[in-house]
Design a protein around this ligand. Structure first.
Ligand code: SF4
Ligand code: SF4
Length: 286
């Protein structure tokens, strides 16, 4: 690998094994001598650290700007309430009320205020932690409990880990705004699925999303069984490259429940992730 490569592991739904694939691939890459970073952008429920056991070296709080009103300067024109698309600032009679948790920090209200009555303060939404784990540069975001505004924290995790040669992004499940923030500008999205009707239904949605965003993509089937052709047929029909199939193996599930890497528990799996690493490199330079 001679130029920077950022690969995101996403899935239309939770529980497909996206984190298992991400952390094992990161370990395989580190063992192969790559300068690799693992970014856990599943900031509502980060769990990559349970498998990689990083030493955390730095914690950086992340804030979003929210408006502060100076009642002495406010002329009660109502412009701020009109511009806000999120009902985060409301003008009632002679009062301006703000709802900080609904504010997206766009700065629109400050721009339209004719009297300079609006300034900004930071509202902390979570923290980015950085560390090292067995040769892997480790980054994850932890969203504050009860906090809904995850995209700014996800962007902060992406930004913190951007200077590595090979970057693996563990994406939140689903197809909503946090996923868009996590996969924006990556070189390749690997959609991790399981060969079940539910899994493929959500894969279908995720596939539409990455196609719409114009990001190169491929599929990895987790918990694959030789006689089950559902995922293979799906990929053929949707004309998407099936990059790897990871066999269903009870030892891997047991390792997951103990917070261990698959290829420590089942040594044959090391070759699976070495092969996946090669396949990703080839896919990225296609
Ligand atoms: S910064 Fe944007 S989202 Fe927040 S209150 Fe002002 S207009 Fe609304
Ligand atoms: S835009 Fe400024 S002056 Fe107008 S109501 Fe809002 S805070 Fe007051």
């Amino acid at each position: 690998m001679t130029k920077k490569l950022t690969v995101a592991f996403a899935s239309g739904k939770g529980g497909t094994g996206k984190t298992t694939v991400s952390v094992n691939l990161a370990s395989a890459a580190a063992a192969a001598g790559y300068e690799v970073a693992y970014l856990d952008c599943d900031v509502e429920e980060p769990n990559g650290h349970l498998f990689l056991n990083p030493s955390i070296r730095r914690r950086n709080p992340v804030s979003v700007p929210v408006p502060v009103i100076d009642p002495e300067k406010c002329v009660n024109c109502g412009a701020c309430g009109e511009i806000c698309q999120y009902s985060a600032i409301v003008c009632i009679k002679n009062n301006v009320l703000t709802f900080e948790k609904m504010c997206h920090g766009c700065g629109g209200c400050q721009l339209v205020c004719p009297s300079g009555a609006i300034t900004e303060k930071g509202r902390e939404i979570g923290v980015v932690e950085e560390g090292e784990a067995g040769g892997i540069n480790f980054f994850h975001g932890k969203l504050n409990i009860g906090e809904a505004m995850s995209p700014p924290l996800i962007r902060a995790v992406r930004s913190a880990g951007k200077n590595n040669l090979f970057t693996i992004v563990d994406v939140p499940p689903g197809t909503s705004c946090p996923v868009i923030a996590a996969i924006k500008d990556v070189d390749l999205v690997i959609l991790v699925t399981e060969p079940t009707p539910f899994g493929l239904n959500d894969l279908d949605l995720a596939l539409d999303m990455v196609k719409e965003m114009g990001i190169p993509h491929a599929v990895v089937v987790n918990r694959s069984e030789p006689e089950n052709n559902l995922a293979r047929d799906f990929c053929r029909k949707r004309k998407v490259r099936l990059l790897a199939e990871i066999a269903d193996d009870r030892r891997v599930a047991e390792a997951y429940s103990r917070g261990e890497l698959a290829f420590n528990a089942a040594p044959g799996y090391r070759a699976v992730f070495d092969d996946l690493l090669s396949a990703i490199e080839k896919e990225a330079i296609r």
